[in-house]
Ligand binder design. Structure first.
Ligand SMILES: [Zn+2]
Length: 226
């Protein structure tokens, strides 16, 4: 009841800038869509993500749709996706990522998307895995998803201790392989919402690489610039 009254008085707002959306605009206003900090680095070899991940595990290509700035629009959108049950923004950004990857040379022939898993307990509390929601937006554009190829086995989230090695130690042993049938020799896009140090993606990629002939690609909605 309170919800419907609220909707009556407060029109839909843009998830990026909180301005009122015009008719026909969904989740993001046109100004935000035009003005987001796109990385445009999908076909750029040794882009900043690839430099960050280089030497840690082998991958074919890595990219991100947007740059992440603290307290910027992108952070606002990712926060809405992760903590405010705004799955629509995740699907929209997933579709935008898919459109860009389909036009890129290096990501054009992905066979499957594998979203980074969250622990089932956490999934139950939140109701969804944000990486899977992003993948759903990509599926709408024709990608195929294998949501159970990886699983999270342990619920351990606090990563307050600094240092890449400490973080890696923290995440390396909490993922496992799930149903990987038919993934041999496939091009697999490992997908997550945000990349900072890359420790989570590294742990997941190393597991996937145990599958014969599998090639790992990496994409996230956003990445930090440093
Ligand atoms: Zn906006």
């Amino acid at each position: 009841m309170i919800g419907s009254i609220t909707e009556l008085f407060y029109p839909a707002l843009c998830t990026g800038c909180e301005n009122t959306l015009f008719k026909g605009e969904l989740e993001l206003c046109t100004a935000c869509i035009l003005d987001l900090p796109y990385t445009r680095m999908h076909d750029q070899e040794a882009n900043i993500i690839e430099q960050r991940l280089a030497g840690r595990f082998s991958f074919e290509a890595a990219t991100s749709l947007l740059f992440f700035h603290k307290s910027g629009k992108v952070q606002h959108m990712l926060h809405a996706l992760k903590y405010k049950n705004n799955q629509a923004i995740g699907k929209l950004l997933g579709a935008m990522l898919a459109d860009e990857l389909m036009r890129s040379k290096r990501f054009a022939e992905i066979d499957f998307i594998v979203p980074v898993p969250i622990h089932p307990k956490k999934g139950k509390i939140r109701g969804y895995n944000q990486a899977e929601v992003i993948a759903e937006g990509m599926v709408e554009r024709g990608f195929f998803v294998r949501a159970h190829a990886l699983k999270k086995t342990e619920h351990r989230e606090s990563q307050t201790r600094s240092g890449i090695y400490a973080r890696y130690k923290n995440v390396a042993d909490i993922f496992g392989l799930g149903d990987t049938t038919g993934l041999e020799c496939k091009k697999v896009l490992l997908l997550d919402d945000v990349l900072t140090t890359g420790a989570t993606l590294e742990a997941c990629a190393k597991l996937l690489m145990k599958i014969d002939g599998l090639k790992v690609y990496i994409a996230t909605l956003a990445c930090t610039e440093h």
